[in-house]
Design a binder for this molecule. Structure first.
Ligand code: UD1
Ligand code: MG
Length: 464
């Protein structure tokens, strides 16, 4: 198997310009999601794991939307008119000018192609010293795929599109998966000679097979026996069918790696998610984006984590966390919402109905019930009483609240930012705090209680 080093002179081209008419959607097809990740993101995640240094996405339909959904590291080229797959690849001429390595050509709507198959294709391609290697498979129903025509010696001779095929050719069971590996200088030369005199009036990339053979170059085919890997998404039905297959596979991969996925059919784990050993993922959980979870954690039922990092031994119960990080042995939830850079230290406690946004919690800090903490920095062991609200927004701008170590914020405190509360300070329950509180001080910001003895009896006219 080729090592990452041997894949380091590959570039990847991902065709994603097609419309996807059968999705019946305003959203470009490659942006429909499986496990929180757009289809094209699944392809990119596979390329990332293979450490292929460069990926170029060919965009067309919904180009702006597709571009906006891609990571910045990914280059795009635009195919303004969709004149066929060969024409799509030719749009990368300029981006790849001077590139002399191999180019891996994939489709943005084929999300489950495995790293292993790509490695095996590379192996076949290199040992055959081919100019082009085509991935093939033999599905139960060859449907409208391009047929693989082999010569008398069993060698790849030609690919014929279904619409152009004779009856005899349509009877061939082996088909083109639409994944290719090619020596870029030779392929780009061959593409120049490809015409569009065919049933669809398109420039077909599969015609590169005959063009390269005619120019005296070698071609090869690598056959996979897993039809799911090469399945494309054309309809919403196919989207959910592939999603189910993805879900089974992903759960299996984590189960084998020592992670308990209690309910594989209700759990969604994105392709970039990492989970440590002995972590338990309960039913209905969604783990998306670049979420990284340590060992011995418990992700309680129906939690959703996106781009969130958990250390070891963290417990999350029915909570939603986005762009956040949680330290060792901290407990979150039930029903907490952490977002936009919530950084929670070790052994903290974030309880029910607590929302935390863009805030830092020192080790051992607690907000156990019913609070909004926004744009705040809390030292170690700060205790936020129930109902505390940071008033971080004055209608125009956001302001910070800083609270020193071990301070105690009484229940129902209203902290009007910008505000600084020192260390070991105390705010009385029900206070509205608008002025800074020094270290060790008690701040009271509420009306004094008045007592009217006998008032009720008097009102009811009962003699006292
Ligand atoms: C293609 C192959 C066929 C193969 C099948 C596998 C051709 C001519 N035929 O057929 O042999 O069996 O894939 O799925 O290539 N695209 C562009 N620009 C274009 C046209 C297509 O970017 O101008 C993209 C599409 O978005 C899609 C991919 O290329 O991601 C394949 O195009 P599609 O039209 O689906 O090809 P098929 O007709 O399925
Ligand atoms: Mg087509």
């Amino acid at each position: 198997m080729p090592t990452s080093h041997e894949l380091s002179n590959l570039s990847a081209l991902i065709m994603a310009a097609g419309k996807g008419t059968r999705m019946k959607s305003a959203l470009p097809k490659v942006l429909h999601r499986i496990a929180g990740e757009p289809l094209v993101g699944h392809v990119l995640a596979t390329l990332e794991r293979l450490e292929i240094p460069r990926s170029i996405v060919i965009v067309g339909h919904g180009a702006e939307q597709v571009r906006a959904a891609l990571p910045e590291s990914v280059q795009t080229v635009e195919q303004r008119e969709q004149l066929g797959t060969a024409h799509a690849v030719m749009q990368a001429e300029e981006a790849l000018s001077g590139f002399t390595g191999d180019v891996l050509i994939l489709s943005g709507d084929v999300p489950l192609l495995s790293e292993e198959t790509i490695r095996k294709m590379v192996e076949t391609h290199r040992s055959a010293q081919a100019a082009l290697t085509v991935l093939t498979f033999s599905p139960e129903d060859a449907a409208r795929y391009g047929r693989i025509v082999r010569d008398a010696h069993g060698r790849l001779a030609r690919i014929v599109e279904y619409k152009d095929a004779s009856e005899a050719e349509r009877a061939i069971g082996e088909v083109n998966a639409g994944v290719y590996l090619a020596d870029w200088p030779r392929l780009s030369e061959a593409l120049k000679g490809i015409g569009n005199a065919n049933a669809q009036g398109e420039y077909y990339l599969p015609d590169a097979v005959t063009a390269l053979l005619a120019a005296g170059h070698g071609v090869a085919a690598y056959c996979t026996d897993d039809p799911i890997e090469v399945a494309g998404v054309n309809t919403r039905l196919e989207l959910v069918e592939l999603a189910e297959a993805y879900q089974r596979r992903t759960a299996r991969r984590f189960l084998e790696a020592g992670v308990t996925v209690e309910s594989p059919t209700t759990t969604w784990i994105g392709p970039r998610v990492v989970i440590g050993e002995d972590t338990v993922v309960e039913g209905g959980v969604q783990l998306y984006g670049r979420t990284r979870i340590g060992s011995l954690c418990r992700i309680g039922a129906h939690s959703q984590l996106t781009d969130t990092v958990l250390a070891d031994e963290v417990v999350i119960l029915q909570s939603v966390l986005t762009d956040s990080s949680i330290g060792r042995r901290t407990q979150v939830g039930p029903f907490a919402h952490l977002r936009n850079g919530a950084e929670i230290g070790e052994q903290c406690r974030i309880g029910n109905f607590v929302e935390i946004k863009g805030s830092v919690f020192g080790d051992g800090a607690k907000a156990s019930h019913l609070s909004y903490i926004g744009d705040a920095t809390l030292g170690a062991k700060v205790n936020i009483g129930a109902g505390t609200i940071t008033c971080n927004y004055d209608g125009e701008r956001k302001h910070r609240t800083v609270i020193g170590a071990r301070s105690f914020i009484g229940s129902n405190s209203t902290l009007v930012a910008p505000l600084s509360v020192g260390s070991d300070a105390f705010t009385a329950a029900g206070s509205t705090i608008t002025e800074d509180v020094p270290d060790g001080a008690l701040a009271l910001g509420r009306a004094r209680q008045a007592l009217k003895l006998g008032w009720v009896l008097q009102r009811k006219g009962i003699p006292q």
